[in-house]
Design a protein around this ligand. Structure first.
Ligand code: NDP
Length: 478
């Protein structure tokens, strides 16, 4: 049987684009369909614009630090429209690069929505129907919003980059990566930020000590973080609400209502699980993401969907339909751009290079761009001690740049070490540039480095990261 293409990729995010390019480089005839903008979540409404906003938000602290270091600076307000215009110019530039990379690799771009007709056939919203020997689904995910009264008044991380103006106050719902990162970003940009998280501590699943320090740091910087609290309902604030409620203040339990920037004149009225009420300019839901598996013909093609709406795949990213593969967030394995890229490369190795390759999902480092930032790899102390006896090496201190500037925030370096093998099982860093540090520590840990290997490495002085190789005694054994 002959096909129009050797490979048809659905979805132009990081994973899909990489797989398409690398497959085309093997000589395969490849097409890729994207219904929105090339680059996907990471480039258009995720990692990239988020990180640029992290940079932008960091300047408020830097101005204060600069004055402490002797610079004669006066800081003014943040000009959101100016930043936003530049941000979108940059995203346009990056999207152009993605298109050019595909073009240069010989991949045909279809600016259309694609859905499966059967195991080898794809229908495009442009009206074309094409066939392919292999189909790769890389449609990513989207934010989900809880089903509560008034939820439609809220925004998600998709909307934040498009706002005409920054709100004066915002309530962020959730305690995961996105909620906690945007709490820090918006706080740094001068927005009054409140955050509700239903659990006992934000960043569930990360090392307890590290997440505790992040939460403490966020509060110190001004985020009004409420744990064990969720939203019950919301609606447009009425005149009566506006008379009776302050911006985010009423949720401060036990404290008198205050009006940090005057009484609100408009906004969203919110009721919390603890019975308190407050008004915010904006409410943002960061309550998780769902795989984009709807209306893409999965049932028609016989592709199995799992409990969380994800495409079910094996270790080679192959679905139960042999010609159809899926990678990235749509498979809900590890929702991280570099993992989707790895999965795309492994798919090409397997299908187009005759070298069956599983993706190694073990020991994936990641950074959470909260303020303070966290970098992490491997087991948390809590996970490790349930598996085997461990030694915990941990230090928390005021770094010299903060101390000099008169800041109170501390950093943390922590190693979780197997008592039996001496291998470093986990590393957790809370500090400026923790993401950069963990990338390098991850190489050693992925290679199986022991605590003694770390100790044999000469410290780079004076740095924060030198603590990783100078911690002599465990703070506890567990
Ligand atoms: P997460 O799954 O990390 O967090 C979702 C949060 O929402 C959790 O705190 C969860 O609480 C809470 N939640 C879920 N449902 C409700 C509800 N009905 N009411 C109130 N709270 C609720 O998702 P995110 O959207 O933050 O991020 C999605 C993924 O994107 C991450 O898992 C990560 O893999 C990736 N990402 C990575 C980044 C990075 O690498 N720096 C940055 C941003 C995203 P609970 O804990 O109780 O379930």
């Amino acid at each position: 049987m002959t096909f129009d293409y050797d490979l048809f990729v659905i979805g132009g995010g990081s994973g899909g684009v990489r797989a398409a390019r690398v497959a085309a480089a093997t000589g395969a005839k490849v097409a890729l369909a994207e219904e929105f903008r090339m680059g996907g979540t990471c480039v258009i409404r995720g990692c990239v614009p988020k990180k640029l906003m992290v940079f932008a938000s960091g300047y408020s602290e830097m101005f204060a630090d600069a004055r402490a270091y002797g610079w004669d600076l006066t800081d003014g307000p943040f000009d959101w429209p100016r930043f936003r215009a530049k941000l979108h110019d940059e995203l346009d530039r990056l999207e152009g690069i993605y298109r050019k990379l595909l073009d240069n690799s010989g991949v045909e771009i279809c600016d259309a929505r694609a859905s499966l007709k059967d195991a080898h056939t794809v229908a495009l919203s442009s009206g074309r129907t094409v066939t392919a020997k292999h189909i790769l689904i890389a449609t990513g995910g989207r934010p989900v919003v809880p089903d509560i009264p008034g939820a439609e008044l809220g925004i998600t991380s998709n909307d934040i980059f498009l706002l005409d103006e920054l709100p004066k106050s915002i309530l962020i719902i959730g305690g995961g990566y996105i909620a906690s990162e945007f709490a820090g970003i918006l706080n740094g940009l001068g927005v009054q930020v409140s955050q509700f998280y239903r659990g006992a501590q934000i960043l569930r699943g990360f090392d307890d000590e590290a997440r505790g320090l992040v939460a403490e740091g966020m509060r110190e910087k001004g985020v009004n973080l409420h744990l064990g609290t969720n939203i019950v309902e919301m609606r447009a604030a009425t005149e009566e609400d506006l008379q009776n409620n302050g911006i985010g203040a009423a949720v401060e339990q036990g404290k008198p209502v205050s009006f940090p920037s005057g009484k609100p004149t408009k906004g969203i009225w919110v009721k919390a699980t603890n019975g308190t009420e407050a008004i915010f300019d904006q409410v943002m839901f960061a309550t998780g993401r769902a795989p984009n598996t709807e209306n893409i013909g999965l049932a028609e093609a016989g592709v199995q969907i799992g409990r969380r709406g994800e495409i079910v795949v094996d270790a080679y990213s192959q679905t139960g339909v042999p010609s159809i593969y899926a990678i990235g967030d749509v498979t809900d394995r590890v929702q991280l751009t570099p993992v989707a890229i790895r999965e795309g490369m492994a798919f090409v190795e397997t299908v187009f290079k005759g070298n069956p390759t599983k993706v190694d999902h073990k020991l994936i480092p990641s950074a959470i761009f909260t303020q303070p930032e966290m970098g992490t790899i491997g087991l948390t102390e809590e996970e490790a001690r349930d598996i085997e006896p461990v030694e915990i090496y941990c230090t928390s201190f005021k770094p010299m740049n903060h101390a000099f500037a008169g800041r109170t925030d501390r950093v943390m370096m922590k190693l979780v070490v197997s008592s039996a093998t001496r291998k470093v099982l986990g590393c957790h860093i809370v500090a400026d540039h923790a993401g950069e540090m963990i990338q390098l520590a991850a190489i050693a840990i992925k290679m199986g480095a022991t605590k003694e290997d770390f100790d044999r490495t000469v410290a780079v002085h004076p740095t924060m990261a030198e603590e990783l190789v100078t911690m002599k005694d465990p703070v506890r054994r567990a």
